[in-house]
Design a protein around this ligand. Structure first.
Ligand code: SAH
Ligand code: SF4
Length: 355
């Protein structure tokens, strides 16, 4: 068991209540109250399959149990305090959680998919130099239910099933490993949003112990690693939070992940003009990827006010992609969506804080 009800008040504010619990924690709490274990399934279905806003709605639970749960365990739901709709259909949300903390999430629709980009922490402690979330510092970890709620709320808003979810909003998922995995399991469950494991992606700045644990999980979740430079001195400047986890170790861990899982991770590479888009950077990137089963996602960096990074031209991004492909590495340029609505991670929260 990763988080029981007794541990939750220490890890999360009590106002988060049931949203701090994973399935095992909920089951333990119900068993402790003399209930059969299957009640946990019923509650999960209400919370994340149907998005109940109160214990009272859970009509197939005995009335006495509903009453005692409502006395003991808060059931907060995120409140949408900002919602922006892009010309391309992307919707960006700012949610207020049970204790007043705010987090962002994004919904990206296409004809056959609805992808949700969700946050795993409020803020982030890693301090990447190009990232609005990193610039605003760390507030707290999110509980599993607070992550799943972002998916269910966005599904409701679009009135559509969410087909894909990526932990690419605010926060470093592997710095909140247990809660993130618990959230993925609920998202994957038929009692919750029912998203296929391969359509659930975690993006990490490269926390090696997290990548190792992730490789041993039984589900076929997808891994993305934010690389941003294959030159150690450049990466140290762009991503100061992972200086202690050098590229050589990261590469070895990726090799071992691929060998153990047989799955292909993505490498994220945000191109910053004059910083990581030079010839030397390109050849280091080609070397890093050589012989490894990876897919490189190139993204012209989304400039954040005050952080002083400019984006590389699309022509240069294409040169990166072509050179990688010629050297046997799959590469694509991620289309920029929602650029007109501050869709880059952390930007909306930053704007709200600035008034
Ligand atoms: N902390 C995790 C996941 C959240 S960030 C991580 O870093 O991987 C999600 C992705 O957005 C990461 O690849 C991150 O590097 C990228 N990102 C952050 N700020 C960005 C910006 N201004 N422009 C482009 N990509 C950015
Ligand atoms: Fe944190 Fe990811 Fe932003 Fe870096 S890019 S500061 S790891 S959220």
């Amino acid at each position: 068991m990763t988080s029981g009800p007794d541990q939750s008040p220490e890890r999360f504010p009590s106002t988060i209540g049931v949203k701090a619990l994973d399935v095992e924690g909920l089951r333990a709490l119900l068993i402790e109250s003399g209930e059969p274990a299957f009640r946990a399934k019923q509650v999960i279905r209400w919370l994340y399959g149907r998005h109940a806003h109160s214990w009272n709605e859970m009509t197939d639970l005995p009335a006495a149990l509903r009453e005692s749960l409502s006395q003991r365990l808060a059931l907060p739901c995120p409140e949408t305090i900002r919602r922006q709709v892009s010309e391309d259909g992307t919707r960006k949300y700012l949610f207020r959680l049970g204790d007043g903390t705010t987090v962002e999430a994004v919904g990206l629709p296409t004809a056959d998919r609805l992808t949700v980009c969700f946050s795993t922490q409020a803020g982030c402690a890693m301090g990447c130099s190009f990232c609005a979330t990193g610039a605003s510092g760390f507030t707290r970890n999110l509980g599993p239910g607070e992550m799943v709620d972002q998916v269910t709320t966005i599904a409701e808003d679009f009135d559509r099933r969410v087909t894909n979810a990526v932990a690419m909003g605010q926060g470093e998922p592997f710095a909140n490993y247990d809660a993130t995995l618990a959230a993925l399991r609920i998202m994957n469950s038929a009692d919750g949003p029912g998203i296929g494991a391969r359509h659930l992606t975690v993006s990490t700045c490269g926390l090696i112990p997290g990548i190792r644990r992730f490789a041993s999980e039984p589900e076929q979740f997808t891994l993305a690693v934010s690389l941003h430079s294959a030159v150690q001195s450049t990466r140290d400047v762009l991503m100061p939070g992972v200086r202690a986890m050098p590229l050589e170790q990261l590469r070895a861990e990726l090799e071992s992940y691929i060998e153990r899982t047989g799955r292909r991770p993505s490498l994220e590479y945000a191109l910053v003009l004059g910083v990581n888009d030079t010839e030397a950077e390109l050849s280091a990137l080609v070397d890093f990827c050589r012989g490894m089963l990876v897919h490189v996602n190139l993204i012209p960096v989304n400039p954040v006010d005050g952080l002083g990074h400019e984006k590389t031209t699309l022509a240069r991004a294409n040169e990166f992609a072509d050179t990688l492909r010629r050297n046997g590495t799959e590469a694509s340029i991620r289309s920029e969506r929602g650029a007109d609505i501050d869709a880059a991670c952390g930007q909306l929260r930053q704007r709200e804080a600035a008034g």
